[in-house]
Design a protein around this ligand. Structure first.
Ligand code: IPM
Ligand code: MG
Length: 361
């Protein structure tokens, strides 16, 4: 098979972790005899520095031409004071929108060998296995009107949380389809006791559930969900939620997995005629400028994103399983990066990438 992949390393540790992820992708392509066609592009702070914009036209063109895009992370401290329009993050938001990847899949698993890495008690996190389905191209991230209105004595700032019925429907269907292949339970998360936007969300989730009578649906308010994630994470199978709630809850989920460095994600849109999904794959973590360039970052979230790419965009289940199994083998070996608090000397980013490749064989 021909695998046409665009790599966008982005900022901070993005470059280091995508380097290892690409290395793993090459290993898979070699072993399973696929042809890898790689391109590289600019996104985020590095793109602002080199071209003046966080999402250059050329990057959009490359992403449109690729079957799948693998991204590292965006964000640099020198842009902390910049308005949203001029920030590295704007590049990522623009790319998600341009690709139309409206469903962001963030699996959260407590690996047995990482139970001690979580600050939570083992018996609470043990067996956790959920997937957060976060709406990714709507809601308050994109709603208008927005802005800071400087108006004489009193300045006002506005953001708008907006969803249409069809936006909620399509992401809900993704969640229900996923649940069918899992434990058949969707938990829809909203704030319908306060927000009209959430009332529509809940109403549409209930309607879509009727198309999936074999899947159970329940609802949680987002504040309660934040608590239940810690108190009783095993109760969750598929978590369906809007953009900003999903952003927040998935970082919380990272604590269950031991480290945010572990979490992969897949952002998918509609299927292409070939049956493959348009996909953007990125670890959940940020650019971590404090440890950038030090060969310390955990590449397993990025490497797990390669597994997701193989599975969703290319339908290569065996290859995806080979990557996942290799990640587990490396975790069991205990030679992992510092964020996972290994008992011995921590491994470097490169060593972990190398170990995954060796484990793939
Ligand atoms: C994420 C990140 C992004 C988001 C930022 C970098 C814009 O936090 O993917 O979770 O908020 O979506
Ligand atoms: Mg986030």
């Amino acid at each position: 098979m021909n695998l046409k992949v665009l790599v966008l390393p982005g900022d901070g540790i993005g470059e280091e972790v995508t380097h290892q992820a690409v290395r793993v992708l090459r290993r898979i392509a070699d072993k399973f005899h696929h042809n890898l066609e790689l391109a590289e592009g600019l996104l985020g702070g590095i793109a602002i520095h080199k071209t003046g914009t966080p999402l250059p036209e050329e990057t959009l063109r490359l992403a449109g031409a690729a079957d799948a895009t693998l991204m590292g992370a965006v964000g640099l401290p020198e842009f902390d004071q910049a308005p949203p329009e001029k920030r590295p993050e704007k590049g990522l938001l623009g790319l998600r929108k341009a690709l139309g990847v409206y469903a962001n899949l963030r699996p959260v698993r407590a690996y047995a060998s990482l139970l001690d890495s979580s600050p939570l008690k083992n018996h609470l996190v043990e067996g956790t296995d959920m997937i957060i389905v976060r709406e990714l191209t709507g809601g308050i991230y994109y709603g208008t009107p927005r802005g800071i209105m400087e108006n004489g004595a009193e300045t006002r700032a506005v953001n708008t949380m907006t969803y249409t019925r069809s936006e909620i429907e399509r992401v809900s269907r993704v969640a229900f389809h996923l649940a069918r292949a899992r434990r058949k339970k969707v938990t829809s998360v909203d704030k319908s006791n306060v927000l009209e936007n959430s009332q529509l969300w809940r109403r549409v989730a209930i309607e879509v559930a009727k198309e999936f009578p074999d899947v159970a649906l329940d609802h949680l308010l987002v504040d309660n969900c934040a608590m239940q994630l810690i108190l009783n994470p095993r109760r969750f199978d598929v978590v369906l939620t809007e953009n900003m709630f999903g952003d927040i809850l998935s970082d919380e989920g990272a604590v269950l997995a031991g480290s945010i460095g572990m979490l992969p994600s897949a952002s998918i849109g509609d299927k292409r005629p070939s049956g493959a999904w348009v996909g953007l794959y990125e670890p959940v973590h940020g650019s971590a400028p404090d440890i950038a360039g030090q060969n310390k970052a955990n590449p397993l979230g990025a490497i797990g994103s390669v597994a997701a790419m193989l599975s969703y965009s290319f339908g290569l289940k065996e290859e995806a399983s080979a990557v996942d199994a290799a990640i587990e083998a490396v975790l069991r070996s205990g030679h992992v990066t510092a964020d996972l608090r290994p008992s011995g000397a921590p491994a470097t980013t490169e060593q972990v990438g190398e170990s995954v490749c060796v484990a793939i064989g």
